[in-house]
Design a protein around this ligand. Structure first.
Ligand SMILES: NC(=O)C1=CN([C@@H]2O[C@H](COP(=O)(O)OP(=O)(O)OC[C@H]3O[C@@H](n4cnc5c(N)ncnc54)[C@H](O)[C@@H]3O)[C@@H](O)[C@H]2O)C=CC1
Ligand SMILES: NCC(=O)COP(=O)(O)O
Length: 330
């Protein structure tokens, strides 16, 4: 690793009416192995700080000026409309996307070593007229990456998904041989290169109850999943499955793998969140840049109360620094 380089992370503060801004303020309470730059509206952050009785110093981010210890660096991304805590406003949807654009641009140019995202509200961005299904898909498009993989880490588990934010009715059609093979290739590669596992063992879930029960409860296992797994095993990957998803998560089975590949969002994430909510991290694999995120949403019900748990954001920042260090060491 280049010892003279101080790693810099961009942290987008997300939906301004939600808990993101106040969680970002709490980043100043921790010591980090590099610079943490919060992207958001400076006035809103100052307002939220005063409302919660927090005493810390906000300082405008300047790329070439190291901040004194203990201050929170802010890269100002002004909002379009005043914010009422807990109340969504479509007027602020585009500034929320501008935070992402600025962070992505900074990661691509080398200004930032990675980005960490506080939660956005997908619905209000769509209501503002911008089709948006999640950071994961937005980042893939913005970086011209044809496939990325969502993986959540926490509670001793790593759970990746073949499909992300699509209606349940569209899931079977999206489990194609290409989608499954590309997802496994990205997962296998990132577990080796970014998570230090030289021969990752992946537990692959079936799609249907009991992994299709020999074709009596669905044919996706026979028609798609088994042939892909056989092909990739022959190519050297360590894959188990397709395993019935209801028993895949029992301790005895989990011990036999380093990561789980679930077929869809609500097959994998409820288990992960049950095991780790408040301390889990969402990582986007397969991107040319480093991106981690919290495991929770905008929590509009908690915004402005100071009761939101910052544990997941802290874990996301920690992991992004670790990934940046691993990349620098390669
Ligand atoms: N990374 C992201 O940008 C994510 C965004 N979302 C978005 O957030 C919005 C709201 O989603 P919901 O399903 O309501 O999930 P949510 O995570 O916002 O809330 C679910 C429950 O968890 C609680 N909670 C959330 N964060 C917490 C924290 N830090 N500390 C303590 N309690 C916390 C909330 O108060 C609520 O009771 C949706 O638009 C969704 O798409 C959801 C997940 C991730
Ligand atoms: N359930 C995870 C989630 O919704 C986060 O998605 P993304 O915004 O990280 O794509």
């Amino acid at each position: 690793m280049n010892t003279t380089h101080t790693p810099v992370l961009a942290v987008t503060s997300g939906e301004p009416a939600g808990v993101g801004p106040e969680l970002c303020l709490q980043l100043a309470s921790q010591r980090w192995p590099g610079r943490v730059v919060v992207l958001g509206d400076t006035d809103l952050l100052a307002e939220r700080m005063a409302a919660l009785g927090l005493t810390l110093t906000l300082q405008a981010y300047r790329r070439d000026t190291l901040p004194p210890p203990g201050v929170l660096e802010v890269l100002d991304v002004p909002l379009a409309a005043p914010v009422q805590v807990g109340r969504l406003d479509t007027a602020n949807a585009r500034p929320v996307l501008s935070m992402l654009d600025r962070a992505i641009e900074g990661c691509q140019s080398g200004e930032f070593d990675g980005m960490v995202t506080a939660p956005v509200h997908k619905g209000v961005i769509c209501d503002a007229g911008v089709p948006f299904s999640g950071h994961t898909e937005y980042l893939a498009e913005a970086t011209a990456t044809s496939r990325v993989v969502m993986m959540l880490v926490g509670g001793g588990l790593r759970v990746a998904l073949v499909t992300t934010h699509l209606p349940l009715s569209a899931v079977p059609g999206a489990i194609t041989p290409a989608a499954l093979a590309e997802t496994l290739a990205i997962l296998d590669d990132d577990l080796r290169t970014r998570f230090g596992l030289p021969a990752p063992r992946i537990l692959v879930a079936g799609l249907n109850p009991h992994a299709g029960e020999g074709g009596h409860m669905g044919r996706e296992e026979i028609d798609v999943i088994i042939p892909v797994l056989e092909r990739l095993r022959a190519a050297g990957m360590h894959l188990s499955g397709p395993l019935p998803a209801d028993t895949l998560f029992v301790p005895h089975t989990l011990e036999q793998g380093d990561a789980v590949l679930a077929m869809y969002h609500d097959q994998g994430l409820p288990v992960l969140k049950h095991a780790s909510f408040g301390g889990g991290v969402n990582v986007t694999l397969g991107l040319p840049i480093i991106r981690t995120s919290v495991d929770h949403g905008t929590a509009l019900d908690l915004a402005g109360t100071g009761r939101a748990d910052p544990g997941s954001l802290f874990a996301a920042v920690r992991l992004a620094f670790e990934m940046a260090a691993a990349r620098a060491a390669q």
